[in-house]
Design a protein around this ligand. Structure first.
Ligand code: FES
Length: 144
């Protein structure tokens, strides 16, 4: 069996939603402390719906495929729905990632959460802090 699924290879070779959004409503950036890879997510939000999302990822193929798939999964969704996106769901949508590459998908979940938090903070929107784990609780990620 191939190491990577066809979906992973497709999203790696043809990533969706690459780039940045000028005047984004929320921006989230995380880095993997171990490998040094970085992911940045930009959200455009209108009336509580994610109308546009873009990403910039400096990292491995799995991180790029995870970013691409994650942006596809949250585009057009209510902001709250984006908070429910787990790295496991991103990996499943990619038809799986090798076990030792699962941590790469964590970057996508964390970057999206930070972008939503940024949106909430900028707009004075109250939120449940328990949905945003403190930095030290994520063994793979760190703020950059
Ligand atoms: Fe760094 Fe995949 S090896 S995120």
């Amino acid at each position: 069996m191939a190491l990577y699924s066809e979906k992973v290879m497709d999203h790696f070779r043809h990533p969706r939603n690459v780039g940045c959004i000028e005047n984004a409503d929320g921006v989230g950036e995380v880095g993997n402390a171990k490998c040094g890879d970085i992911m940045k997510i930009y959200l455009k939000i209108d009336g509580g719906t994610i109308t546009d999302v873009k990403f910039e990822t400096f990292g491995c193929g799995s991180a790029i495929a995870s970013s691409s798939m994650a942006t596809e999964l949250i585009k057009g969704q209510p902001v709250e729905k984006a908070l429910e996106l787990t790295n496991k769901a991103v990996a499943e949508a990619l038809d799986g990632l090798p076990a030792y590459k699962m941590h790469c998908s964590v970057l996508a979940e964390e970057a999206i959460k930070r972008a939503v938090k940024d949106y909430y903070d900028k707009n004075g929107i109250a939120y449940d802090k328990s949905k945003f784990p403190p930095d030290e609780e994520c063994e793979h990620c760190c703020m950059v």
